[in-house]
Design a binder for this molecule. Structure first.
Ligand code: PEP
Length: 247
């Protein structure tokens, strides 16, 4: 089965009503490759605005979700609340949350389970630091992040994996096509052994980390790169070129 190309835009903690409406107008009016699935993740305060203004066919993701259904969890947002807003996806395990907010693998896994069980699609982020890469630990780090999820979740049909080396995020230092392909192929091999051959064939593995309109086309040519998770460039008009990079 072919894996549909997927491009996600992670706005992080950026934007205002006016600038987010501007990005959405740009997407609504653009000619987008119908063979590419597009999902944008604005800050939580703007999720409803995004859903209401965005045309059908482009989905909206939260940047985070909590693993409990409701209750005394100040500042958190539940799967049911996201669904109530018409949100169909969530990011989980972004390195900025893993590093700055000390989110551990097991917590990321619990959130992934809650989202998948509740019917949300999950963009599950993983990736190594520069220190870990230089110590030759990239695959161990990435597969142990994924294993924490596999310990709790058996159905991977709603999960898209985003491989995002931390040293490439927001630095302008994109992984080479060979570096990205190597890790993507290893992730697929891991899926085959630890989840199922079907999950290995069907799960989209995105690359994230300083993707731009300048470097995206070469990355699309790699057999195990099924799309991108885009940070900074998703706020710019060039996001359209990244969405259409496979055309
Ligand atoms: C991200 O935040 O997921 C990301 C990949 O950021 P950037 O594209 O800015 O490196």
């Amino acid at each position: 089965m072919g894996r549909k190309f997927f491009v996600g835009g992670n706005f992080k903690m950026n934007g205002t009503i006016s600038s987010i409406k501007g990005i959405i107008d740009n997407l609504n009016n653009a000619k987008l490759d119908p063979e590419t699935e597009v999902v944008i993740a604005p800050p939580s305060a703007y999720l409803l605005l995004a859903r209401e203004h965005l045309r059908q066919g482009i989905e909206v993701a939260a940047q985070n979700v909590f693993d409990k259904p409701n209750g005394a969890f100040t500042g958190e947002i539940s799967v049911e609340q996201l669904k109530d807003l018409g949100i169909t996806w969530t990011l989980v395990g972004h390195s900025e949350r893993r590093v700055l907010l000390q989110e551990e693998d097991s917590f990321v896994a619990s959130k992934t389970k809650a989202a998948v069980d509740g019917g949300l699609g999950v963009i599950l982020c993983c990736g190594e630091s520069l220190e870990q890469r230089e110590a030759g630990k990239t695959i161990d780090v990435v597969t142990s992040q994924l294993k924490a999820v596999a310990d709790k979740v058996s159905d991977w049909s709603k999960i898209v994996i985003a491989y995002e080396p931390i040293w490439a995020i927001g630095t302008g230092k994109v992984a080479t096509t060979e570096q990205a392909q190597e890790v993507h192929a290893e992730i697929r091999e891991w899926l085959k052994k630890e989840v199922s051959p079907e999950a290995a064939d069907n799960t989209r593995i995105l690359y994230g980390g300083s993707v731009s309109d300048k470097n995206c086309v070469d990355l699309t040519k790699q057999p195990d790169i099924d799309g991108f998770l885009v940070g900074g460039a998703s706020l710019k008009p060039a996001f359209i070129d990244i969405i259409n990079s496979k055309m």
